[in-house]
Design a protein around this ligand. Sequence first.
Ligand SMILES: [Fe+2]
Length: 285
Amino acid sequence: MQFLKRATVEIDRDLLESLLSMATVIEARDAYTGGHTWRVSRYGEELAKRIGLDADGIFIVRVGGLVHDIGKVGIPDQVLNKQGPLTPDEYANMKLHPDLGRQILARHPLAPVVLPSVTEHHERVDGKGYPAGSPASVYGKLTAIADSFDAMTSTRPYRKGMEASRAIAILRENTPAQFDPAYVEPFVELWEKGALDHILGHANDQRLMLSCPSCGPIIAPPEDAKSGDEIHCPSCKGSFGLDALGDTFHIHFKRSLETKPTLMPDKCAVKSVLSCAKKKVHCMH
Ligand SMILES: [Fe+2]
């Protein structure tokens, strides 16, 4: 996109907060996402630092990771929340989300900051990605690695997340066809030295994801969770009590709800990105 080639964007804090709040809508629609956008944002940030991007680049990847799946708001519930593999037609539908995101954000003043991650996170180096074929920017390439690693290591009700070591091996197997080797190896190095451990399986730097005893580890405890609180699984009707256990919680079944609970946006992720907001960002794609 020509208009994204070079831009200096003033970051209005209120505008950024409203954009990030929009992005949390997807956490409130997708029952199984459980902190995915936060983890993609944080994996991307660590990788951006590791490869030596400047502060502007790191910020672009951090914000882009949180917003990258915003186009999923246009994907029907029966596809987005399907408990099983997608049919070819459903998959074709799902593949529209990067371009839907582009259309939603195209005229947004902060578009140059977030569109690379939004539009390019399913692109492939060999040109077989979508919607364009191959990524144009380093930001899109970093978000693609972060997104794929989190998708593979996250448990969904119909399939258990794989071991991080297996996901790392798959990233390598798909390099250089899918991913850029210049960025995969630094990501592997980060993982090998344990620098991603505080993100893996977490919904926040302090919050470890909890296991729903019925359907899998996809409950993100609220930021202010404490012993005695009751939390609901977003995908089954289980309601559970929390008992503090070190820096996490033990979870025990309390009751079955009559209807599925209302999903909540992840306000904590918005706050964490706002805390590193810059005044001005130079985008060079
Ligand atoms: Fe996506």
